[in-house]
Design a protein around this ligand. Structure first.
Ligand SMILES: [Zn+2]
Ligand SMILES: [Zn+2]
Ligand SMILES: [Zn+2]
Length: 181
């Protein structure tokens, strides 16, 4: 139900944006060449600063929330990542996460890393995504939470098949049952 609610909200935001309003609040006009209004933008800046300062004060890595290296702003892993650039950094983090989950599809054994994706075993991804900001925060989240069992690696084929079978369960057997074959 929340899913449709969210969808409706997104639709509404998009419409408001196309009518010249802030994508976030939908009530004030957005800034030129930006999607949000000044007030929403400054609010989110404030939040970011608050988060940053809280972590700094607590001696936590401002990127992932793990304990930071003494006197530093980041933990060891994030420091290593920060030293590699852009895409390479992301690839390193993704590799690290894939490694932690066995590096291959848990259903069919596909090990080509280009074809692998992280799957929510119990299909609660939408719930979780609400707490995440940005496309890569998921990978940080995985690491920060010590690679929880609620996630597994599937290849895109198996992931798609899982959807197609109506999310009958985490195992290939249940999936086959779901398909009725
Ligand atoms: Zn706004
Ligand atoms: Zn970190
Ligand atoms: Zn597979």
């Amino acid at each position: 139900m929340t899913k449709t609610k969210n969808k409706r909200r997104t639709e509404w935001r998009k419409r408001r944006l196309s009518e010249g309003f802030c994508y976030n609040c939908g009530t004030r006009p957005h800034r030129p060449n930006m999607t949000t209004c000044e007030r929403c933008a400054s609010k989110s800046r404030e939040l970011k600063r608050k988060y940053y300062n809280q972590h700094k004060k607590a001696g936590l890595c401002h990127q992932c929330g793990q304990p930071a290296v003494e006197g530093k702003m980041r933990c060891k892993e994030c420091t290593t990542l920060a030293n590699t650039r852009g895409k390479a950094r992301l690839a390193a983090l993704r590799n690290e996460c894939l490694e932690a989950y066995g590096g291959k599809c848990q259903w069919c054994g596909e090990a080509d890393r280009r074809l692998l994706t992280f799957d929510h075993v119990h299909n609660d991804g939408a719930e979780q995504r609400k707490d995440l900001k940005g496309p890569n925060s998921f990978l940080y989240w995985l690491r920060r939470n010590k690679y929880p069992k609620s996630i597994q690696i599937l290849c895109y084929n198996c992931n798609c098949a899982k959807q197609y079978s109506g999310y009958k369960g985490p195992t290939p057997e249940l999936f086959t049952e779901g398909l009725g074959i």
